[in-house]
Design a protein around this ligand. Structure first.
Ligand SMILES: Cc1cc2nc3c(=O)[nH]c(=O)nc-3n(C[C@H](O)[C@H](O)[C@H](O)COP(=O)(O)OP(=O)(O)OC[C@H]3O[C@@H](n4cnc5c(N)ncnc54)[C@H](O)[C@@H]3O)c2cc1C
Ligand code: FES
Length: 279
C-alpha cells in the first residue's frame, strides 16, 4: 500500500498528492509517469510524475478530476493509502543543452513541465515558459514554473489574469522574435499540443509533446495507447510519452481518446448512483 503524505486542492477539481513510494522516487526522472490503482477493484490510470524527493522517498502527482477514477482518488485524504502505484514508466524526457527552450504548459500540464524545465535549465538552457489556463482560478504553480524559468508569460483564455488569449499567440511571437529558439516542449490537452506543434512547424523548431492516449496495461502489450508518429505505429507507454509533435497524427490521437466516452459516462453515473452523490 502507498500512503498519501500530503493532499492539496490546487484549483477547482485539481489535486496534488504526495505519496510514499521510495522505489519509484529513487529512479524517477523528468517526463516519466506512474500507473495508479485506487483499490483492488479499481482501473489503472496513468499520471505524470510532477516531482520526487529521493530522501523522503516520495512522489508528487497532480491530477484533474475528469471521471470515475480521478474522482475516487480525489476523495482520499492524507493518511489514506492507494493499492497500486507502479513506476517510473515511460522514457524520460531527452535533456541536453539546446540553447533557448520554450516550455509551454496548458492547464494541468504545468505540473509535468516543471521538472522538465528544471532539468533543462540545470544543464545550461535558457528557459522561456508560457503558462496558460482557461481562467485565473484554474492557474496554479505559477511560482514553481517561474522559479525554473528565465522568463515567464502567463495567459488566460478569458483575460482574467495575465495576457488574454491562447498560449500559441506568445509562442508565435517568440518564434518571430530576433532571439533564436532552439526547441519547444509543450504539455497540456491534446488539442493545445496539436496547435503548438502547428505553430512551430513553419519555423522548423523541434517541438516535443507528451502524449496522453488511453492506456490499459502500460507495458506495451495491449496496444491501447497506440499512436501514429511519422507514419509508424508507436506505443506511448513504452516508446513515449514524448514524441516529435510535427510527426504525430493528431486526428487519430484525438479520435482514439474519445472512443470510450459513453462507457466513461456510464461508469461515472454508476459510481455517483452507488455513492448517492452528484458531481
Ligand atoms: C502518460 C500519461 C500521463 C498522464 N498524466 C496526467 C497527469 O499528470 N494529470 C492528469 O490529470 N491526467 C493525466 N493523464 C490523463 C489521466 O490518465 C486521465 O485523466 C485518467 O485516466 C482519467 O480517468 P477517469 O476514470 O477519472 O476518467 P474516465 O471517465 O476514464 O475518462 C475521462 C477522460 O480521460 C481520458 N482517459 C480515460 N482513461 C484514460 C487512460 N487510462 N489514460 C489516459 N487517458 C484516459 C478519456 O479520454 C476521457 O476523455 C495522463 C495520461 C497519460 C497517458
Ligand atoms: S497501454 Fe497497453 S500498449 Fe500501451
Amino acid at each position: 500500500m502507498y500512503q498519501i503524505l500530503e493532499r492539496q486542492n490546487l484549483a477547482p477539481n485539481i489535486y496534488l498528492f504526495k505519496i510514499v513510494a521510495p522505489k519509484v522516487a529513487n529512479k524517477a526522472q523528468a517526463g516519466q509517469f506512474v500507473v495508479v490503482r485506487v483499490d483492488e477493484r479499481g482501473e489503472r490510470i496513468p499520471l505524470t510524475i510532477a516531482d520526487w524527493d529521493r530522501e523522503e522517498g516520495s512522489i508528487t502527482i497532480v491530477f484533474m478530476v475528469v471521471g470515475t477514477t480521478t474522482y475516487r482518488l480525489a476523495q482520499l485524504k492524507a493518511g489514506d493509502s492507494i493499492t497500486n502505484f507502479i513506476g517510473p514508466l515511460g522514457l524520460p524526457t531527452h535533456v541536453e543543452k539546446f540553447g533557448t527552450v520554450v516550455c509551454v504548459a496548458g492547464g494541468v500540464g504545468v505540473a509535468p513541465i516543471v521538472p522538465i524545465a528544471r532539468a533543462l535549465k540545470r544543464v545550461g538552457n535558457k528557459i522561456i515558459s508560457v503558462l496558460g489556463a482557461r481562467s485565473k482560478d484554474l492557474l496554479f504553480w505559477e511560482d514553481e514554473l517561474g522559479r525554473v524559468s528565465d522568463q515567464l508569460i502567463v495567459t488566460t483564455d478569458d483575460g482574467s489574469y495575465g495576457r488574454k488569449g491562447l498560449v500559441t499567440e506568445p509562442l508565435k511571437e517568440l518564434l518571430e522574435d530576433k532571439e533564436r529558439i532552439d526547441r519547444v516542449v509543450a504539455i497540456g490537452p491534446s488539442i493545445m499540443m496539436k496547435f503548438c506543434a502547428k505553430t512551430t512547424e513553419p519555423f522548423g523548431v523541434k517541438t516535443v509533446v507528451s502524449l496522453n492516449p488511453i492506456m490499459v496495461d502500460a507495458t506495451g502489450m495491449c496496444g491501447c495507447c497506440r499512436v501514429s508518429v511519422n507514419g509508424v505505429t508507436r506505443f506511448v507507454c513504452v516508446d513515449g510519452p514524448d514524441f516529435d509533435g510535427h510527426q504525430v497524427d493528431w486526428d487519430l490521437l484525438l479520435a482514439r481518446q474519445s472512443i470510450y466516452l459513453d462507457e466513461e459516462r456510464l461508469s461515472f453515473e454508476r459510481w455517483q448512483h452507488q455513492q448517492g452523490t452528484h458531481f
